[in-house]
Ligand binder design. Sequence first.
Ligand code: SF4
Length: 489
Amino acid sequence: MSNELGLTVKPVCGISPEDEARVAAWIDTEEYRQKNFARQALTINPAHACQPLGAELAAHGFEGTLPFVHGSQGCASYYRSTLNRHFREPAPAVSDSMTEDGAVFGGQNNLHEGLENALALYKPKMVAVFTSCMPEIIGDDLTAFIKNARAKGIVPKDLPVPFANTPSFNGSHVQGYDAMVLAILQTLTAGRKVEGRCTGRLNLLPGFDANTGNYREYKRILEAFGIPYTLVADISDTFDSPNDGTYRLYPGGTKLEDAADSVNGKATLTLGAYATAKTFAWIKEEYSGVHASLPMPIGVAKTDAFLLKLSQLFGKPVPESLKAERGRAVDAMTDAQQYLHGKKFAVYGDADLLLGYVSFLLEMGATPYHVLCSKGSKKLEKELQALLDASPYGKAGKVYMNRDLWHLRSLLVTDPVDAVIGDTHGKFAARDAKVPLFRLGFPIFDRVNKHRVPLVGYQGAINLVTELVNKFLDLKDETCEERFFEMMR
Ligand code: SF4
């Protein structure tokens, strides 16, 4: 076989163009969809990352903290590059680079040497250790390894070294995030609870959230209320630091002292029930004050619930400025309702985000038609289904639990929707189905600044309306017949 330049080309496989076309058409059929959904032993393009990636995000959310991967260098590069590409910011973390000898003899030497180097070079205030698959498979004992490091004088007595087991063959980035936040809070608050002491502050747990704009939105809302707070695992400055010519290794994060004193807080509120499940269960046992769990405040109803809870917890009225913002959000949604009403969406992603997207779409009269989560539970499935069932617009919606983006592709090509909401990994399925993908999750590699635009609160609702509706209007302008190309839309 020769190419257009007359050069001989050795075929890489013996599949003819006709066969290729036949299979390409077949994977769009109902018959293939049935076979695809019968698949059990293989995951293709999952809508989640591995546990340690979530642990690294959590570690970056604390002041002066160096994320430390006990495990393979390649895995560490994957977490770092994913965070780096999403935020377009450095994600400084280290690895003790276990190789074959570590896999055979255990990784204690790697960990000790790695800690020694990391402390000498990067002078952190805290080192947050978490694991990749390899040490988990061979059963490395982090408790003993770190105890031995202290006994040998490698780690100073007063340096906090929280550690989390984050086996990737189990769970997802969300569970890794939860495990790391839990380990950090357990370490920092040890011996800090004082009977009768109350900081008067709210501890706010956002959960796994890679949108720095959301963190800033929470802070703005709390400041409008005049509520003193500790935002736990605050990555807003770490991953959205100013470019002023000076490189800072640790540009932000929750102050370690504030995290330590959070155990004496007036109230603790999680906005990521699924992403902080273990942390919050522990907090309920250990922390002073009131404990509450709410869904992520995406859309008007969930934002109302958030603000009313703040008002109730701190005995303060909802500020006039936020009431006015609510009115503006309702106005923006009403103005744009006609463009989204009746539109069908496919949504996929993390549990806490999915609950928010579904809620918002229903508020707009749109139908979350395919709702897909690639690591979820029966509890989540029920909660999502209940949300759908509670609205006339959700009746046609269906939840697909523990399915991947190749399943999503089958859904999109056999039972079409108007648009997809999710992270960058869904762009291939959306392209095949010829529908727009709204990039609202994590990671987003192929658009800029998405992580800076808040989706939570009333302002987040306005941002969502703007993004979704304007895209549909753009599409109309780009594709309509000449006689329907109008000034007004
Ligand atoms: S799944 Fe395991 S091997 Fe793969 S990147 Fe994550 S930790 Fe490494």
